[in-house]
Design a protein around this ligand. Structure first.
Ligand SMILES: [Zn+2]
Length: 64
C-alpha cells in the first residue's frame, strides 16, 4: 500500500479495499498497542490483508 492509497483509504473511512476498491471487507478488532487500537482487515474479493490503526483524536466536554 503506498502513501496515496493510504490517504484514500483513510479519506473513505476504510470502507473500500485500497487494492481493488471493493466494499466487501472483513474487519476484526485486534490488539491494543501504544500507537492505537489495531483492527485486522481483509478484502473478501482480492483477499489482501492489512491493519487499521485507530487513535483517540479529541475529547469534547458536555457543559450542562
Ligand atoms: Zn480488494
Amino acid at each position: 500500500m503506498n502513501d496515496q492509497q493510504k490517504k484514500e483509504y483513510i479519506a473513505n473511512r476504510g470502507r473500500y479495499c485500497p487494492y481493488c476498491g471493493s466494499s466487501e471487507l472483513s474487519v476484526i478488532a485486534g490488539d491494543y498497542h501504544s500507537t492505537g487500537q489495531y483492527y485486522n482487515a481483509e478484502c473478501d474479493d482480492c483477499h489482501k490483508k492489512w491493519c487499521e490503526v485507530y487513535t483517540l483524536t479529541d475529547v469534547e466536554v458536555d457543559e450542562e
